[in-house]
Design a protein around this ligand. Sequence first.
Ligand SMILES: [Zn+2]
Length: 149
Amino acid sequence: MTFRSHMQTALAEARAAAARGEVPVGAVVVSASGAVIAQAGNRTRETNDPTAHAEILAIREACRVAGAERLPDHDLYVTLEPCPMCAAAISFARIRRLYYGAADPKSGGVAQGPRVFSHPQAHHCPEVYDGIGAEEAARLLKAFFEARR
Ligand SMILES: [Zn+2]
């Protein structure tokens, strides 16, 4: 089986989020067979919901599609290092592999901050692969926040 990255789809969701005035973060959930079953970008402003991060929306949709509250054998791609809330949701969902793009020194919860998956209370830790598509993800975020100033 050859590895196929779905980060380009996540980046497209991040760009779509920026176009809606949302922080440009995109996420994709891929099933065991390699099919994209959910994709989402941030919608916190649109829905007045501070939990409407791309990862949460993608996991909710994937669980709906799968008809299950857990997604073992599923992988999640996200353009930015997940925050602590999303990292916890990824753990609860039993995601198999987490691929993320840019590091987030300000709000990340995986490689810095609370390091949710390294915490003794984390009942499930996905395999984590970082830095995929990181440059493009960081560029989108930088352009977005510069335009806000
Ligand atoms: Zn988050």
